[in-house]
Ligand binder design. Structure first.
Ligand code: PRP
Ligand code: URA
Length: 214
């Protein structure tokens, strides 16, 4: 793939993000701390991913005087976690964007074929009018994220941003190839996928670590 193909990819190298990501990767980090870190990282990433939001002028009276200031220009946002691990990123984003609506897309990766299998979907009715943040900690083969984006587009979604903590280059290529115009925000691009489709070095299975299922 050409370098231009990754023009919509933003790697967030902020020191706070990198510090928290290191603790998250550590095999010794337990489920409670893992959940807190995923939440904090999602919040930090959303802060950056919303940088392009439009502002509108308003007037505020401070204790000193009246002044012109700026507020968000009525932006409607939908946060769409890919179940299950994407759930861990929702609350951090809602703390920044409390008026956002939340839709859910249930996908799991078949362990043999690594293909995404859909099992649940519930979206805000006005999905086509909202700026969308699809969230999932891991972008491995990219199959799940690409399926979620294509599904959202079929439902009328237009402005789609994908927020993932760790990506494999293969996963980014897959989304770029199949989801034109999607902006991809990641905290790290790792080396490669192993034979089981896990990101190396990665952090293991994000869903299991979040929910303590293994
Ligand atoms: C993980 C992860 C992504 C997917 C990434 O979910 O949270 O959704 O794998 O892999 P891909 O890029 O190769 O599609 P998983 O299927 O393990 O389900 P879970 O969240 O329920 O654990
Ligand atoms: N899903 C995960 O949770 N981790 C990986 O490394 C790949 C897919």
């Amino acid at each position: 793939m050409s370098e231009r193909a990754w023009e919509n990819v933003v790697v967030m190298d902020h020191p706070l993000i990198q510090h928290k990501l290191s603790i998250l990767r550590d095999i010794g980090t337990g489920a409670k701390e893992f959940r807190e870190l995923v939440k904090e990282l999602a919040m930090l990433m959303a802060y950056e991913a919303t940088r392009g939001f439009q502002l509108a002028e308003t007037t505020v009276t401070t204790p000193i005087t009246e002044t012109t200031t700026y507020v968000l220009a009525g932006k409607k946002v939908a946060v769409i976690p890919i179940l299950r691990a994407g759930l861990g990123m929702v609350d951090g984003i809602l703390e920044l964007l409390p008026a956002a609506k939340v839709g859910h897309i249930g996908l799991y990766r078949d362990p043999e074929t690594l293909q995404p299998v859909e099992y649940y979907c519930k979206l805000p009715e006005d999905i086509g009018e909202r700026d969308i943040l699809v969230v999932d900690p891991m972008l491995a083969t990219g199959g799940s994220a690409a399926a979620a984006v294509q599904f959202l587009r079929a439902k009328g979604a237009r402005e789609i941003n994908l927020l993932c903590l760790i990506a494999a280059p293969e996963g980014i290529d897959e989304v770029v190839r199949h989801c034109e115009g999607v902006k991809i925000y990641v905290a790290a691009v790792d080396s490669h996928l192993n034979d089981h489709g896990y990101i190396v070095p990665g952090l293991g299975d994000a869903g299991d670590r979040l929910f303590g299922t293994k």
